[in-house]
Design a protein around this ligand. Sequence first.
Ligand SMILES: [Zn+2]
Length: 553
Amino acid sequence: MKFASITTTTPSAESLDADYARLHAMLDRGTLGEALAAWEQIRRDIGTWSSMVELRFSQDTADADAKAAREYADALGPVITGHDTKLKQRLLALDPAPIEALYGRHALDIWRNDVTTFDPIIADDLEQEAKLSSDYTALLASAKIEFDGQTLNLAGLTPYGESMDRDMRHRAARARWAFFEKNADQLDDIYDRLVKRRDKMARALGDENFIALGYRRMGRLDYGPAEVATYRAEVLAHVVPLVAKIVDQRCRDNGLDHLYAWDEAIIDPAGNPKPQGDHDTLVAKANDMFAAMDGRIAAFYQQMNEGGFLDLQNRPTKRGGGFCTSFPSVGMPYIFANFNGTHHDINVFTHEMGHAFQNYQSRHQPALDYLWPTMESAEIHSMSLEFLAYPHLAPLLGAETARYRRMHLIGALEFLPYGVCVDHFQHEVYANPNATPTERHAMWHTLEKIYMPWRDWGDLSYPAKGARWQGQPHIYSAPFYYIDYTLAQCCALQFWVESEKDYRASFDTYVALCGLGGSAPFGGLVAAAKLQSPFKPGALRAVVAQAEATLAL
Ligand SMILES: [Zn+2]
């Protein structure tokens, strides 16, 4: 399978009308199996087309055609959702037994949830929401920062923020936040409009505010805000003190009398470990890493690489960050990233490969709804692979491997307070949709002091007054998504503890979990992988103990 050979058909409002009329006619005739199979094919074709449109735009945000295609897709999105919602409503009104026999009960639970998140009365709002998200993406991608005699985008600035030269780090942080401050009005305005638009949609659907709708949009079937609040409290009680100790240790190790925000990135006094080689070298040497891990993932990586399903190089006008998408009509995923020569390249590589491997392992699941699990489960696959790579990183990191592992572990632990802070912030924001931008900055400021009491922005006045969240795309584009990374991290850290006891058994459990895809809700997948639910107090106890021992705290 080659990426270049994938063909897509662009749907139109008319072609969709015809396609879905055909499905309804099949149901009229009572041929349920035929209708479900045809719907599956339609949804897979649409999935491939929309992934391709999103990918092309991400690969070059300055390409006018790609941008137009993305806007067309954004506009058509609610039309597609409208058809799917109507069909799901009709299927849900039928005798569930034959559908359950084909897909199991979970698909019906997913559809029952899905139909509560859409109504034609919010179609226009959804389109506006997608447009505002694109505006944020384009604004960040447009960054042209003059630094050190070069013009850099935000991703290009990152290595300078990790320089061993403290003044260089400080200047890089200043340049980064100057970009955000310069665009402050626009960043506040885009977010304000997103929050109000989302609140309006929720109220139109009968909710008090966006929180419940946000959870339903994330497809959370077996937990709610109360469970999430319990988990945040668990992180605050057990992980925040652990991270405070790590931060103190770092200050001592680096011989600093005080740690400013721009010093936090230097986890190791010898400098953050760097990958052994550039993009081409890493892509080639990754074969050895995956081969040492497991034959199944090694064969899959080779297929991804040789088929052209990787785009990992940073380029101007390319969208920042990394993601994995998939082309469900052909059963192959695709990895997008921006390698920048730092240790992030290794993180993003192993992380996105975890997503891709899960998606590939799930390709034969009977319903498209099972191709990806909900995000807190999907991130288990990606984050766990980062840990399962630990014993086999030498091809990419050489003598830096042990230092990388230590830094990665610290990064994973430090992420938890930040991640729950991002989540807590969003609960405050959507509970108070009419707050002013200044009040939102104050909310972040207060929460940052609770979850990251060590954070000191020094003379960087813009983040110091509570603007750090504006650099977090999920807050704009994917509300309530962020906690999913922390829930998954809690599970991935458990994979780390288990893999240190028995690597092979752990990897087999991992592959089996990947194969389950989204065929069960979060709690079901966690139980299938023999992990402790993050919502049970004490879920992080073994992890914290193992981390303290490993890091000699
Ligand atoms: Zn991910």
